[in-house]
Design a protein around this ligand. Structure first.
Ligand code: CP
Ligand code: NVA
Length: 309
């Protein structure tokens, strides 16, 4: 595989070949026995926000490959008492072989990465969730038995709901791979301008079709409808206004009727049944959504094995 950059902070840290190679590698790892390639490696996990899937799948991936996951309680680190990010990053670089970070601010992981000489992996920030989107891509490739980027670009992928970190990573992935991607949501919550401008610029070269729409008919012909919570971690104060604005965009039977017959529904989880997704759709699509969650383990193992040698 073409060597990755030191860190994985954004989908934009990867080119199309690296993205597809990571999926190939993850699919092999999914079928194979553990290789013990992380034997002797100690990898820190710093999570400023709650996590079930990301923290447990990363810790499991590290342990299955013979390494040691070190879950660092942010309440017990000196950062809580004001130690700088740069000092923390420099010191931890002397002990650890990599750090996986979930942070409120994207600038935190960037500053951490600049100040460390070990790989830093973004496990979700306010800006992006790259590991999630790589697992999602793997799931789509498996579900639709995709053999080439050309086949992938023929799928219509619609993200319905909030324009959040997960949506941003989807926009980035679509631009880099040349996908047909629609962001469907409320006028009140447009995508981050700078993020969209960057993606549309790349999309010109990759022939990606990136559409932003407020019209529910945008799901006509969709092969994938993706959704995520309307209130992301850290935005709890806005919950009421978000529910009000985003209710028309709930993924439910009515919306699914507009899509292609083969349409699958994806959700990065955790889900709020009755808000962004109806309980009925969650039940019908449970297998797809759990397969998607499982793929977090495999893709993150592939990322770890490439970044931490
Ligand atoms: N999808 C996801 O990142 O889940 P967690 O918040 O549980 O890690
Ligand atoms: N957008 C959600 C994703 C959770 C995995 C959040 O940031 O809370």
């Amino acid at each position: 595989m073409k060597k990755l950059k030191k860190d994985l902070l954004s989908i934009y840290d990867l080119d199309a070949t690296q993205i597809l190679d990571l999926v190939v590698s993850a699919r092999k790892l999914k079928k194979s026995k553990y290789s013990n390639k992380l034997k002797g490696k100690v990898i820190g996990l710093i999570f400023e926000k709650p996590s079930t899937r990301t923290m447990v799948s990363f810790a499991t991936a590290i342990a299955q490959e013979g390494g040691t996951p070190l879950i660092l309680d942010t309440q017990k680190l000196q950062t809580k008492r004001g130690e700088s990010v740069s000092d923390t990053a420099k010191v931890l670089s002397r002990y650890l072989d990599g750090v996986i970070i979930r942070a409120f601010k994207h600038e935190y992981v960037e500053e951490f990465a600049i100040n460390s000489n070990i790989p830093i992996i973004n496990a979700l920030t306010d800006y992006e969730h790259p590991c999630q989107i790589l697992a999602d891509l793997m799931t789509i490739i498996e579900k639709f038995k995709i053999k080439s980027v050309k086949e992938l670009s023929k799928l219509k992928i619609v993200f319905a709901g909030d324009t959040n970190n997960v949506a941003n990573s989807w926009i980035a992935l679509s631009a880099v791979l040349g996908l047909n991607f629609t962001l469907l949501g409320a006028k009140k919550y447009p995508p981050k301008k700078e993020f969209l401008i960057k993606a549309l610029d790349i999309a010109k070269k990759t022939k990606s079709k990136i559409v932003v729409s407020n019209d529910l008919d945008a799901v006509i012909g969709a092969n994938v409808i993706y959704t995520d919570v309307w209130t992301s971690m850290g935005a709890e104060k806005e919950e009421d206004e978000r529910i009000k604005a985003l209710t028309p965009y709930q993924v439910n039977i009515e919306l699914l009727k507009k899509a292609s017959k083969d349409c699958i529904v994806m959700h990065c989880l955790p889900a709020v049944r009755g808000e962004e997704i109806s309980a009925e759709i969650m039940d019908i699509q449970e297998k797809n959504i759990l397969d998607q969650a499982e793929n977090r383990l495999h893709i993150q193992k592939a990322i770890l094995l490439e970044l931490i040698k």
